[in-house]
Each structure stands twice: as C-alpha cells, then as structure tokens.
Design a protein around this ligand. Structure first.
Ligand code: IMP
Ligand code: MG
Length: 187
C-alpha cells in the first residue's frame, strides 16, 4: 500500500515505517532463534492486534516452533483500557511443560499482559516470555511486568497500523502511525 493512499489521510504522522519495523522484527527473530536453540517453543499470538507482527516474526525464527492463538478483550472505550479482562478465544493446545512465547502488539497499562501471564503460568508452562512490538512506558499501571523482548518505545499517543486498530479499522496499514485525534474525538 502506498503512503499517499486513502487510509493514511487519517494519520497525524507516520511514527514507524515498514522498513524500520521489518529491520527490528528480523533482529528479534534472530535473537529468539539464539535464545531458544535446541528448543521448540509455542508461539502464542494475541488476536487480533498482534497478528501482523506475529506473521512476520515467526518467519524470522529458525526453530521447530508451533503456533497457537488467543483472543482477549479488555473492556473499555475504543482508546482506553478499563482493567477488566476476558478470554474470548482460548488456546487450542495444552501448554504444560512447554516453552511459551506470548506475542502482543502493545503494552499500554500492562493490565492485559499481567492477567494473561498469570493464567499461563498457572497452566504449567515450563517457561514464559513476552515479545511485544510497542511499549508506552508512560502509561504503565502494573508494576513488575517483565517484557522480555520489546521492539519500540513510543510516546503516549494513540497509534494504528501493522495490526493495531481503532474501532477495528486501520489494521492493514503497513506502517504505524499516530491517529489524528479528530477521528476519535468526532470532529
Ligand atoms: P493494556 O492492558 O492497557 O496494556 O492494553 C493493551 C491493549 O490495548 C493492546 O493489546 C491494544 O489492543 C490496546 N491498545 C493500547 N494502546 C493502543 C494504541 O495506541 N493503539 C491501538 N491499540 C492500543
Ligand atoms: Mg486492540
């Protein structure tokens, strides 16, 4: 998709280009390949936001990994998390004694991942690590949330693209951009 196409007109600016993202994702895949040498981790995609990142990341990891998918929702308005988390779609397979890598789009307050990691540890994962594409450290509400693999720190702005949505739209933008506030403020 071209950067002058229709969807891009709703952005204030492009924050991370597809080239910058691809470069980081490639290096993260190489690091996970080294860190998990000799292992066969299960990569868990948190739907739907992490789907694009997940698809790119798994193809950069040279290991006999397996995939699973989970959908969770945190109640709240379209741009703010409420703190209440619900499982909409659970994993298909058991993670007992497996090395699990949870792949998430963005860590904002941290509430979603904090809840999720507790559940997966209770289910007997042998190890559990988190890989996230974006981090908004200024907004963290949960202490001691350890994100093992983080690609980019970003400022406290609402971003879309590369899987991230506003009201389910903009996930297909190949770059990550700051959504113009006029879109969600209804002006
Ligand atoms: P947390 O529980 O507050 O860390 O929320 C994380 C979830 O909120 C992410 O998985 C996203 O679905 C959503 N989210 C947080 N910030 C943004 C953003 O800037 N753009 C799109 N979605 C976001
Ligand atoms: Mg989301």
């Amino acid at each position: 998709m071209e950067r002058n196409s229709e969807l891009y007109k709703d952005l204030d600016k492009v924050l991370l280009t597809r080239e910058e993202i691809a470069d980081k994702v490639r290096r993260l895949g190489q690091q996970i390949t080294r860190d998990y040498a000799g292992k066969a981790p299960v990569m868990v995609c948190i739907l739907k936001g992490a789907s694009v990142f997940f698809a790119d990341l798994i193809r950069e990891i040279d290991l006999p990994l397996t995939l699973d998918f989970m959908a969770i929702s945190s109640y709240g308005s379209a741009t703010k998390t409420s703190g209440v988390v619900r499982i909409l779609k659970d994993l298909d397979n058991d993670i007992l004694d497996r090395d699990v890598i949870v792949v998430e789009d963005i860590v904002d307050t941290g509430i979603t991942l904090n809840y999720l990691t507790k559940i997966l540890v209770q289910r007997g994962a042998k190890s559990l690590r988190i890989a996230a594409l974006l981090d908004k450290p200024a907004r963290r509400k949960v202490e001691n949330l350890k994100v093992d693999y983080m690609c980019f720190d970003i400022p406290d702005a609402f971003v879309v693209g590369y899987g991230l949505d506003y009201n389910q739209t903009y996930r297909n933008l190949p770059d990550i951009g700051i959504l113009s506030p006029r879109i969600y403020e209804g002006k």
